[in-house]
Write a protein that binds this ligand. Structure first.
Ligand code: ATP
Length: 901
């Protein structure tokens, strides 16, 4: 401070702090540019400075120069350091130390930021804005702006055990501390099913950052698609610098490597996005040592591994996306977000963004409302996009186009997409006056040549697990230049690592799978049996899969054998579409494209394969006995089997599967079941004669899924739908069905969005279903009103024995109602009223009621607002209970201690 007062002129300040400035001042060019622009120095001065060999000498020269020019030049020198913060980050503490505040003379002068770091940041923003402002659309003819079409989706936060922690309110919250379960971890891990919008979410982040609208402290943003890493040869070796600059953008005018140095010094200012980690392919390279030096050359996958594992650029911010089910080491994860697709409200918004005309909005909404199954499919943004796009296109082309109805399959949706692409070939803009009748088979027959060629391309890619094609390869498969604009492909500039000719990929990986399936069906040359090649591949991979992992990122592979990391979902999708294309429902169309005899042969082969594998799968499932009878926890492959069976539409196989489930209780918990899958499940369960328990906890079935399961509830003894985003409208369906059939024994609805209206319906189920023993309805949105309905129903029920109400807000009024229910209840043994906002008033009522209850054994009251007032009353009853969990009582009196016993 004393020094600052003495050194009251900038000239003296520079003299006094010369040593520090010489050692810390970087970005010489920016200082020189500004001194020159304001005429404090001339061109010749600049030349003299730049002639010095080292940076430190250059700084010395500059200091001499400005001090020679006088006080004004010295102050301007400091002012530049003050204004261009990013470039002179090291000197910011020094400015504080000297208490610098610019004079009005200095602020009258302008400062231009010509610092390489800021310039590079600007360049990155500019290129990122250009690359991210459009959303994928059909072909290269039509483009939609991201900001016009982007709609929020449900982004759920998970903890390290995959327990639901609520939703993200906005994308900015992605970087907030909320739900961080491992502060040492650096990766924000975003997972979700195929087509749920992971890539679009990253695109949105990139676009926001490019416009400086993202609340993340990042000067640089590097985006990578994991798919690009499969384009490198095994022998390729590159440096981290090349990985960053060659595959994003190159820093101009940076002779002293300042940008890269900055990145190494301040990795926390760098944000990375890596899209599609499930597509990373592992190979022998992974046994090579990890990369720890930023100067070393290594295979790009190793660099990726080291970046993700924090061995390189430790402290950088990283968002990684992958398909659900892709496991990575939890120690590197900071927080986890799972994308759940569109909620009904999002869907409405998306429809209104898509259609400007009210008439179209209404038509689509009416058609969707009539089909919960289609709505379920449309909760996945990709499927929704196809459905709405197809509607718009086909509606303008043809007289009366309706969306597919009740039993729409994924094959139907992708056939629609192909129809749209093919109907665009050679067609002029659709005219409102000249609408033609729609004939699907005609469109496909007319477009068969390009369709078969695209299918061939897709099959090739699928066989070699590489999804990027050169124009040459496309031509080899029979495509013409004109075909490329049909809409099946999109260019992928960023994968063009070597600056070579353009490369392309199929619009979306699921369309890729669909086209590969089409190729298998169309192929008249290969043996009919080869149609099953990807089923075999999936089985092989299932059997071979052992701890798949990147070397340091996911633990090391012990076997040393060539292990594949990628999920085999694209094969599973190909199989699924194969089932659809060979189904009887599509025979009418396919017979126009392939010989009917061959088609029948392939169908028979597929059917026989499916039957055999369903049988062996079901026999092989691990059964175990539980209090609720024989139970079987199905494996994820079971879900794919159900999906395939549904696509075939084969009642025989569905019947056989239903019979093959010998256990009385199947667990499909944490199986990633989404609402669209419920139709497939229902398709099989319809054929089941015997009663069945079904545990679907922790999935994403939503109200649409429950509606799809409606016909199956008649045989369900156990209905567990906890953590599934259900609202009261699901409970309406349940109440109708369960009360009609009265076989239900266990009802699990924990952690959904059920309100008092839903609670009233659950109360009806309790009253009307005489076998109902267990009801779990905790963590919903039930208040005293709903609490009273439930308590009154429980009071009347002679069968109910276990009730979980934890985490609602029934308060004292609700507690009073439960107290009444407890009084002399003949069977209620377990009750949880924890975390319900109950105070001592409610506690005293419960205590009084307990005096007249001799059966309650487990009673949870933790996390309420009881205090010592209630304690003595309840305490004397503790002895009666086996496990009275009554913590949460405040106060330190004798009563409390008694109570805590
Ligand atoms: N939030 C969104 N708003 C509007 N449209 C979306 C949104 N998310 C996805 N879409 C639509 O769905 C399509 C597929 O999304 P995207 O490619 O991001 O899915 P994904 O989860 O990355 O799929 P995959 O795992 O199969 O690669 C997008 O091209 C877009 O048309």
């Amino acid at each position: 401070m004393v020094v600052t007062q003495v050194l009251n002129t900038c000239t003296l300040i520079l003299t006094y702090h010369r040593e520090l400035l010489v050692s810390q001042l970087r970005s010489i060019q920016c200082i020189l540019d500004n001194l020159l622009a304001c005429s404090f120095v001339c061109e010749e001065d600049v030349e003299i400075v730049l002639r010095s060999a080292t940076r430190t000498d250059q700084v010395r020269k500059i200091l001499e120069l400005v001090q020679c020019k006088g006080e004004e030049a010295c102050e301007y020198f400091i002012y530049v350091i003050y204004k261009v913060r990013d470039a002179y980050v090291d000197l910011q503490p020094w400015l504080k130390e000297i208490n610098y505040s610019p004079s009005s003379d200095a602020t009258a002068l302008s400062v231009v930021n010509t610092d390489p770091i800021s310039r590079y940041s600007e360049k990155l923003r500019h290129e990122m804005s250009r690359d991210t402002c459009f959303i994928m659309s059909y072909g290269q003819r039509e483009e939609t702006r991201l900001e016009d079409l982007y709609t929020d989706t449900q982004m759920a936060l998970l903890d390290d055990c995959n327990e639901h922690l609520g939703f993200l309110g906005s994308l900015d919250e992605l970087f907030a501390d909320q739900a961080v379960f491992n502060p040492q971890g650096e990766i924000i891990y975003v997972i979700g099913d195929a087509g749920v919008g992971k890539s679009i979410l990253l695109q949105r982040l990139q676009n926001l950052w490019s416009k400086k609208d993202l609340q993340a402290d990042a000067i640089f943003f590097f985006k990578f698609r994991c798919r690009m890493f499969s384009l490198f040869k095994d022998t390729d070796q590159i440096s981290l610098r090349d990985l960053l600059f060659k595959y994003n953008c190159f820093p101009d005018h940076d002779p002293n490597n300042e940008v890269f140095d900055y990145i190494l010094r301040f990795p926390e200012k760098v944000l990375f996005t890596f899209d599609g980690y499930d597509e990373i392919q592992m190979n022998d390279l992974l046994n090579a040592p990890e990369v720890v030096s930023p100067d070393a050359k290594a295979h790009p996958v190793q660099l990726l591994d080291s970046l993700l594992g924090g061995k390189l650029l430790k402290g950088s911010q990283k968002v990684l996306t992958a398909r659900t089910g892709t496991e990575i080491q939890s120690t590197v994860i900071r927080k986890k977000v799972v994308l759940r697709g569109f909620s009904p409200a999002h869907l409405k918004t998306y429809i209104s963004i898509h259609f400007k005309e009210q008439e179209h909005r209404d038509q689509v909404s009416v058609q969707l409302d009539a089909s919960p199954h289609l709505c379920g499919l449309c909760s996945t943004p990709l499927f929704c996009w196809i459905v709405l796009k197809s509607f718009r296109h086909l509606h303008t082309m043809h007289d009366s186009f309706h969306l597919p109805e009740t039993c729409v399959t994924l094959t139907d949706i992708f056939l629609l997409l192909c129809e749209v692409c093919l109907s665009r070939s050679g067609s002029s803009a659709p005219s409102l006056l000249k609408k033609s009748p729609r004939c699907v088979s005609e469109t496909f027959v007319a477009g068969l040549r390009p369709l078969a060629a695209f299918a061939k391309v897709a099959l090739r890619g699928m066989e070699r697990s590489s999804f990027v094609y050169s124009q040459e390869e496309l031509m080899e498969c029979g495509l013409t230049e004109e075909d490329l604009t049909l809409g099946f492909l999109r260019p992928v500039g960023e994968c063009d690592a070597s600056g070579g000719p353009a490369t392309f990929e199929i619009l979306h990986i699921i369309l890729h799978s669909f086209l590969a399936a089409f190729a298998l069906v169309l192929d008249e040359q290969a043996a009919a049996g080869s149609v099953l090649k990807f089923f075999t591949e999936c089985r092989r991979k299932r059997e071979a899969r052992c701890a798949p992992c990147l070397s340091c990122f996911c633990g090391s592979s012990k076997s040393g054998e060539k292990t594949l990391f990628e999920t085999n979902e694209h094969f599973q999708f190909t199989n699924l579409f194969l089932c659809g294309l060979l189904s009887k429902a599509h025979a009418g169309l396919m017979e126009h494209l392939v010989s009917p005899v061959l088609l029948r042969k392939k169908r028979a082969l597929l059917k026989s394969y499916l039957s055999t594998s369903v049988k062996s799968h079901l026999v092989g499932l691990p059964h175990h006995n539980s209090g609720e009878g024989q139970k079987v926890h199905v494996l994820p492959n079971f879900l794919w089997m159900l999906r395939c069976i549904f696509e075939t539409g084969s009642r025989d196989i569905a019947q056989m599967t239903a019979k093959g489930i010998t256990a009385g209780f199947i667990k499909l918990g944490y199986c990633n079941v989404f609402s669209g899958d419920c139709t497939a499940l229902n398709f099989v369960l319809q054929h089941r004669q015997k009663l069945l328990g079904l545990d679907m906890d922790n999935n994403n079935i939503s109200d649409y899924g429950v509606k799809q399961l409606r016909p199956s509830f008649c045989k369900m003894t156990i209905v567990r739908l906890c953590v599934n985003h259900l609202s009261d409208s699901s409970v309406e369906v349940l109440a109708e069905e369960l009360c009609k059939h009265k076989v239900v024994e266990v009802l699990g609805l924990y952690n959904n969005y059920i309100t008092d209206a839903g609670a009233k319906l659950v109360a009806q189920i309790i009253e009307e279903c005489p076998k109902l023993r267990v009801v779990k309805i905790g963590k919903n949105k039930i208040t005293a009103v709903g609490g009273r309905y439930l308590a009154s129903a429980i009071q009347k029920s002679a069968s109910i024995f276990d009730v979980g109400m934890w985490g609602n807000s029934i308060g004292d009024e609700g507690a009073q109602a439960f107290a009444e229910a407890l009084r002399n209840h003949p069977r209620l043994t377990n009750l949880s009223l924890a975390a319900n906002g109950i105070t001592s008033k409610g506690g005293r009522c419960l205590a009084e009621a307990l005096k007249e209850n001799s059966v309650l054994r487990i009673f949870w009251l933790v996390q309420n607002e009881l205090n010592d007032d209630a304690a003595p009353h309840l305490a004397e009853l503790v002895q009666l209970l086996i496990d009275a969990a009554l913590r949460g009582i405040t106060g330190t009196t004798e009563g409390t201690r008694l109570w805590m016993r």
